[in-house]
Design a protein around this ligand. Sequence first.
Ligand code: KG4
Ligand code: ZN
Length: 353
Amino acid sequence: MVSSVPTDRTSAPRLVLGIETSCDETAVAVVGDREILVDLIASQDALHAPYGGIVPELASRRHIEVLPRLLGEAAQRLGPRWQQLEGIAVTHAPGLIGCLLVGLSTAKGLAFARQIPWIGVNHLEAHVQVARLDYPALAYPFLALVISGGHTSLYLAKNLGDYELLGATRDDAAGEAYDKVAKLLQLGFPGGPRLDQLAAQGNPHAVRFPTPQLKTRGSPFEIGRYDFSFSGLKTAVTQCVQQTSPPSVADIAASFQHRVIAEITTRLRAAARHTGCPRVVVAGGVAANRGLRSALATLAQTEGVEICIPPPRHCTDNAVMIAWTGAEYLRAGLRSAFDLNAQAVAELGSPAA
Ligand code: KG4
Ligand code: ZN
């Protein structure tokens, strides 16, 4: 996943700077072994709110303004230790290309000036790997579901950099569905967290939204057992809102959330049973959802599996996950070459055979 050259394992870096600019959060962190020394996140929510969604050009321009300021703040917080940084990790894929380039160029410049190793990190892998920071005893293999604004993918994580893709969304990502439905319900931007809040006040059984009818392998429309689909659900919510006397917004939100949670828990239950893997990581922005977190706690009890969900701050975009994942690679003796480019699209791992 990284264009990498081996480095000297004996000089594995301890103090690693992480930079995240793949979407609409500018984030900078410094980790030393398992210790988080700096964790800064500047959200662009207010910038994009008037447009009801992220405007890529505005996002990258804002990263250019904010990233140097965050790095300055990180330097101030670290004091003399800022000069002792031994490695740099940066998101290079996937994400908005202009946004990725801001972080990547900055990281390359810093690494070149300081003559220290640096590594490009896959954002999706970082969402998964941060669970190993939050759950130090988490051992491979484990199931990992990334549910974010751009992805809904289920993996069998076998090692650092070694993932088997078990299933993914065929249309919208879970976070995308949250954001689109929140827009339909006129909840404002960012939609996911607002819908989460409102759902807590509604009746999850008020509207019976349909279960996506996915065809399984071997059928004319070959779709894997662990694949997801959320676009039909979005259409069902649209039709529900357009009724002459629709249910209350809170009831629609709660019923939508109930359906999404059912889709996720059903797949995780099946995957845990079929693979026999007793450890499940749930990561990415949607993993911050309160209703989902409580449903997963129940699933852990009923299925006897360990569910590892990072704290909400480590689920939504952050730089701790980048610094931590980069540090893992640097410790393993890898680093990126200066010709590593940004990549808008990059799945993690290989599909199941
Ligand atoms: O991982 P993330 O911060 O950025 C991406 O990598 O995409 O995920 C952002 C997504 C957005 O779609 C946002 O609405 C959703 O995660 N999200 C939530 C919640 N917090 C963030 N969705 C549902 N409930 C939440 N509490
Ligand atoms: Zn993310």
